[in-house]
Ligand binder design. Structure first.
Ligand code: NZQ
Ligand code: ZN
Length: 379
């Protein structure tokens, strides 16, 4: 176990119907809020009206900033910052998936600086503060509700990049599993795959290999995640399954799983973000394609850990068998598992690799040759 400091300041309010407490939670932080949301789900589910009612009842003045798209854009964040400034808003409230929560964090931080917020992502500039953020995830996937990360895309450069700031942790996140009952099958599966990736990247990629508590924590979470995936495949309306899924996705990227591992390379996210920026495919779908390819590649140099994964999590012997079974599991759940299923061909690999190298100079721990090799294994 390597040394680490762990601090997570997010207050979690978890439970059925807890979205009704939105107004109360926001009003403790300020009397006005920018309500950030996605394209249409918040309205078609009726949540939009309930959130506004709750805010109004608590005396919170609210301005809308809807239209966040999957692979959220920095241009839309800039518009949100302008609204915060024009309307002198005190809190940023996100109601939606990871894209909405990430956009809200960038708005909250961007409103406090006098430079373009894209520099957080491209030049590592860091805000000295941020407006308080409240998140209400409506989709279980990214864990954004309990971390300080934001991932945004720029349509001009074609890049999709991440940032972390301790000021971007939400002050409060309301986790109401009922809000996720309407998530369609495809997005539910994307969330399962993304959650898996957040556990598996540090499990395989962290520098510390001798960390039995962290290994068992990760393996237990992966097993519970697969059980939950089966449960939701049989009945998407199962409350307990949705509740387990929401908590699993939150725990997976709140830092507990990663602690003591040392830095991980996050190679799968590096590749998936570039594929997402180029194709606009969903984050989870890109990961489902990339992970089996990367695992096949990485298992050649670290076979013991992949053997352990195969045996303890998948229940088969041998690293390669474990990867094959995992790919089959993703496929059975309905996730794409080849670049072809995302509309990409072998001729596209140099273009993807080029974008990866532009986003992460040198292609991170994979290096340029490794990036191409993994992409070829994803065909
Ligand atoms: O836009 P609306 O109409 O709301 O529809 C959304 C969207 O089309 C829909 N949706 C959300 N809640 C729903 C619902 N549909 C029906 N019922 C509901 N209750 O789902 C679609 C996808 O939404 P999105 O927010 O894009 O999905 P997700 O939560 O998977 O977020 C993905 C984004 O998060 C980033 C990804 O790169 C990607 O941009 N990530 C953020 C991370 C973080 N902050 O820590 C880490 C992750 O690794 C990831 O990179
Ligand atoms: Zn992810």
């Amino acid at each position: 176990m390597q040394d680490f400091i762990y601090r997570n300041p997010v207050q979690i309010i978890f439970g059925r119907g807890k979205a009704a407490e939105t107004g109360d939670a926001v009003s403790k932080l300020g009397k006005s809020a920018l309500l950030v949301f996605g394209k249409e789900s918040i309205k078609s589910t009726g949540l939009y009206g309930r959130i506004h009612q709750s805010l109004a009842a608590a005396g919170v003045r609210a301005a809308d900033h809807g239209g966040v798209k999957p692979n959220p854009l920095i241009s839309h964040v800039r518009e949100g910052i302008a609204k915060v400034r024009a309307e002198k808003l005190a809190v940023v409230l996100a109601v939606g998936g990871g894209s909405t929560m990430d956009a809200a964090k960038a708005i909250a931080a961007g409103a406090t600086v006098d430079y373009d917020p894209w520099l957080f992502f491209t030049e590592g500039k860091r805000p000295g503060g941020a407006l308080p953020v409240v998140t209400i995830p409506t989709l279980a996937a990214t864990g954004s509700e309990m971390n300080g990360n934001a991932v945004l895309a720029d349509s001009v450069s074609g890049l999709k990049l991440g940032m972390f700031s301790p000021h971007c942790y939400p002050a409060v996140s309301i986790l109401d599993p009922e809000l996720t009952l309407t998530v369609p099958k495809e997005q539910t599966v994307n969330g399962i795959v993304d959650t898996f990736s957040h556990i598996m990247e540090p499990y395989f990629g962290g520098r510390e290999t001798d960390a039995p508590v962290q290994d068992r924590l990760a393996e237990g979470l992966m097993l519970a995640l697969f059980e939950t995936a089966n449960r939701l495949a049989q009945n998407p309306q199962d409350y307990r399954g949705r509740a387990d899924m929401l908590w699993a996705s939150t725990v997976a990227l709140c830092g507990i799983v990663q602690a003591g591992r040392g830095p991980a390379g996050w190679e799968n996210h590096m590749l998936a973000h570039s594929i997402g920026a180029l194709t606009d495919a969903a984050h989870g779908a890109c990961l489902a394609v990339v992970m089996p390819g990367w695992m096949s590649y990485a298992s050649l140099t670290k076979p013991e850990k992949f053997d352990q994964f195969a045996e303890r999590v998948i229940g088969v012997k041998g690293a390669q068998n474990g990867v094959v079974q995992l790919k089959m599991l993703f496929s059975q759940l309905g996730a794409p598992v080849t670049l072809g299923q995302l509309g990409l061909k072998e001729q596209d690999i140099p273009r993807i690799a080029d974008n990866v190298l532009k986003s992460v100079p040198g292609g991170g721990s994979l290096g340029p040759a490794g990036v191409e090799a993994v992409l070829k294994l994803c065909l």
